[in-house]
Every structure is written in C-alpha cells, then in structure tokens.
Design a protein around this ligand. Sequence first.
Ligand SMILES: NC(=O)c1ccc[n+]([C@@H]2O[C@H](COP(=O)([O-])OP(=O)(O)OC[C@H]3O[C@@H](n4cnc5c(N)ncnc54)[C@H](OP(=O)(O)O)[C@@H]3O)[C@@H](O)[C@H]2O)c1
Length: 245
Amino acid sequence: MNIAFIGFGKVSYVLSKIIQSPDINFTTSCENRSKETADLISKSNVQVHDSFGDALGCADVIISAVTPAKALEVANNYSKYCNGIYLDLNNISPYTTEKINNLVDNFVDGAIIGKIDSSSPTLYLSGKDAEKLLFLDEFLNVEIISDKIGDASRLKLLRSTYTKSLSVLLIETYELAKKLDLDDEFFEVLSLTEGDDFKEKSLSRINNTMMSSKRKAEELEEILDYFNDDDLKMIKTALDKLKQF
Ligand SMILES: NC(=O)c1ccc[n+]([C@@H]2O[C@H](COP(=O)([O-])OP(=O)(O)OC[C@H]3O[C@@H](n4cnc5c(N)ncnc54)[C@H](OP(=O)(O)O)[C@@H]3O)[C@@H](O)[C@H]2O)c1
C-alpha cells in the first residue's frame, strides 16, 4: 500500500514513524517546500518525488496535513491526482470540510484529538469510506464516528468549545484561589475528583490559554459563528473574557 503526504510537518513526520509495516510505503514531494520541511523529509523513511503529482498519483491513501488555511487550496490543486482515499487531518471548520468534500472523491473527514506526539494519539474519522482506513488502528487509536462527512470536524469543534470555555473558568477560579492564598489547596481538593494530574494539566492549560489568548478568542468566534445559537451564553462570556487577557 502507498500512502502519500501533502505537507510534511510534525503530523506527517510522526505518522510516518508510528505506521511501520513492510506492506506500507510512504511518498511525498519537496516541490516548493521550505528547507525545514525538506530536512524533516530527509530524516524520514519516505520516498521523495519531484512533484506532488508524481507522489500522489500512485497513492492508495492521500493524507493532507498542511495548515488549516491551506487545506482547501491543496484539495483544489491536488484532488485530480487522487485515485484512492483522501484523508484531511487539518484543524478546519466543518464548512471547509464540506467544501473539500465537494472537490474530492472518496473523502474521509479526520480529526486528531490532542497532540499527534502524545503517548496515545487518537484519530476520529467520518465518511462512507472511513472503514477503509481501519487498518490504521494497528498503529494508533482510530474511532469511526459515522458515515457523515463533517461529523469528525464537528466533534472536534464541540471538544474545542468545551475545553476553551472551561479554561477561562479555570483561570478565573485560580485567580480567586490565589487571592485567598488557597491555590495549592484549590488544586488538591479538585484532584480528589478530577484525577491526580489535575494540577499539572490545569497549570499547562492556564499557561497555554494566556500565551495564545488572541488565537483562542478567534477560534471561539469561529465556533460561535458555526453553531449560530443565541443560547450559547457561557461560550460568549468566555470569549469576552478571553479578549481581556
Ligand atoms: N501537530 C499536531 O499535533 C496536530 C494535532 C491536530 C491537528 N493538527 C493539524 O494538522 C495539520 C498539520 O499540522 P503540523 O503540526 O504537521 O503542521 P506543521 O508542522 O506546521 O507542518 C505543515 C506542513 O505543511 C506544509 N505545507 C504548507 N502549505 C503547503 C502547501 N500549499 N502544499 C504542500 N505542503 C504545504 C508545510 O511546508 P512548508 O514548511 O514548506 O511550509 C509543512 O511541511 C494542521 O492543519 C494542524 O491544524 C496538528
């Protein structure tokens, strides 16, 4: 089986390391790519073609892992070379997913939950051809949600809605605890119900939210735009608060 990557950053690099089988051959191209990407490709066991056309034409599965802003453009440019499954792993909105589905045959909607280099990355898939990718379950956790394109993207958006809004509440409560000089105890008491690693995870989440509050606010704006529901009061409040950080 041939798997071709469009985009060879962290996601493709890690996947090419995790998916190790004598029956699977990886291809990609350095056509118009940066030195950073070319260096990463040369560190991997991936066959390099002069053009993406050559790399993709012989693929049973094409994986698009570029940047969210380029996902639609690459689908538009390269769908003509697709003779097998086209799996998109970019963090894109369900709107973009639908647009790609209109361009590409045998499209599978994919969502990586968490970081790809975490200890057990999980891949959620939807679409009528998703089952053809179940062989990946041998190498990472694969969950098929439904045969409906957009469900994987929507599930990722729901997760993001919850985690981003919760992070704002966490920051607010942590600030209160600090003012009362009870911050250690705050984490301790929550660890009893939320798990031993609650403090570590919370501090990382707080730090991450504060460091990229602008991007997170933009993402929440997109979420509100997508769900377009007047009743999403908690999310709107989280957005207002994020804009103040
Ligand atoms: N990293 C994660 O854990 C994670 C988790 C969930 C979802 N995702 C999603 O997965 C996608 C890839 O993430 P990543 O972390 O691998 O990103 P990354 O490390 O920034 O790599 C992006 C790759 O895409 C290439 N690229 C950009 N535009 C391209 C184009 N028009 N044609 C061909 N290649 C192009 C880049 O090449 P150049 O260097 O030449 O620009 C680079 O090789 C993103 O959409 C991200 O939202 C990532």
